[in-house]
Design a protein around this ligand. Structure first.
Ligand code: AMP
Length: 359
């Protein structure tokens, strides 16, 4: 495929900070962007050329997007699959809708991963209290109960520990009476993630794994390099590549892993988009994950993934944004704010990456 001509428009479904950073990267490479997002003046629209203010499944909006864009991408994995397939009839959609299907349902996702020979936590579907009681029994009383769909940042989750006297009765209804999955409780040593990409020519690239710390289910920090053996880092990269190839993927993907004390890896989840744990790439690499994604979907060659500095990325969540003034004073620190006027508890307001330069 020939690269997208300069000045062509890229459609972005979703108007959050990831869309904003994609729009900025696209602009720097000479492309225009049109964001589809129901919330007016969303973070992405502040930097895009145009916003279509409509629901993600609005037929007229989708027709408008398809007729004005040379390619359409998305910044979150809960884009309706029907939206992606409808658009794909008239405009290339990258990553493919198969990536949405797999990542929207934790049960489908785990079965897909296991079918590729990639290990995950043990899991069982839960569709009522009796299923939950049986599943807990087979995991020796410990597990993480999650909604199969629409869960993110630890929302829609409940942890059972062996020591707790909690019973399964009533839990299914309390979780909303929707399809659930019980995962075995993993005793991991650390959590890591790999940001990888596949270009239109099938080439693969990956950044070094980041070591991630979560607080209350939300990413707090990503440190690079992760304190893992080179063989573990390579295994993580290879797993990400296997996922990209199995999906016939084009674009950037985020793959989250649990690293076990013996160095073995279990995939926790995949995100078919640029990923919060890859934000460090904008400060520590020549080509960020955002530019890499635009390069991939525009049919350009993938860029360099080597980093020039070790670093730590930290999210500014809720009132953390008030730290911005102090952070401006620090050398070797890149601050990135998302243009959200008001902070609320749990809301991602920005992030910063502190470089660790060799002295
Ligand atoms: P998730 O929404 O699946 O990414 O989960 C959010 C966080 O909860 C993860 O990053 C882990 O810190 C923790 N977690 C999720 N699943 C498990 C599990 N099966 N065992 C142990 N911890 C987990």
């Amino acid at each position: 495929m020939k690269p997208l001509p300069l000045g062509a428009s890229i459609g972005i479904i979703g108007g959050g900070q990831l869309g904003r950073m994609l729009a900025a990267a696209a602009a720097r490479l000479g492309y225009r962007t049109i964001v589809l997002e129901p919330q007016p003046d969303c973070p992405a629209a502040q930097l895009a050329n145009r916003q279509i203010v409509a629901a993600y499944d609005d037929p007229e909006a989708l027709a408008e997007l398809a007729s004005n864009c040379a390619v359409v991408t998305y910044e979150f994995e809960n884009v309706p699959v029907a939206t992606a397939t409808k658009l794909a009839a008239s405009v290339p959609v990258c990553p493919p809708s198969s990536a949405l299907e797999v990542s929207q349902d934790r049960l489908v996702e785990k079965r897909f991963l296991n079918a590729q020979g990639i290990s995950t936590a043990d899991f069982l579907p839960v569709d009522n209290d009796a299923d939950l009681a049986a599943a807990l029994q087979s995991f020796a009383g410990a597990g993480v109960l999650k909604t199969r769909r629409m869960g993110y940042d630890g929302k829609g989750q409940r942890v059972f520990r062996q020591s707790s006297s909690e019973h399964a009765g009533g839990v299914y209804d309390a979780m909303g009476g929707i399809p659930l999955i019980l995962e075995a409780l993993v005793t991991f040593e650390r959590e890591i993630s790999v940001i990888a990409a596949r270009g239109m020519d099938g080439r693969l690239a990956a950044y070094d794994p980041a070591e991630n710390v979560h607080r209350d289910g939300i990413l707090h920090s990503s440190t690079v390099p992760a304190a893992i053996a080179p063989a573990t880092a390579e295994a993580a990269r290879q797993a990400a590549f296997a996922i990209l190839e199995a999906l016939g993927y084009v674009g950037v993907i985020g793959v989250e892993f649990f690293a076990l004390p013996d160095g073995a890896l279990l995939v926790n989840e995949i995100a078919p988009r640029v990923h919060n744990s890859g934000h460090w790439t904008e400060a520590a690499c020549i080509v960020s994950q955002f530019e890499q994604h635009i390069r991939a979907i525009a049919g350009l060659p993938l860029g360099e993934t080597a980093r020039h500095s070790d670093c730590v990325m930290e999210n500014l969540i809720g009132e953390d944004v008030l730290r911005a003034q102090a952070l401006f004073a620090e050398p070797d620190l890149m601050l990135h704010l998302y243009g959200k006027a008001e902070w609320r508890p749990g809301r991602k307001m920005g992030h910063f990456t502190r470089l660790r330069r060799a002295s």
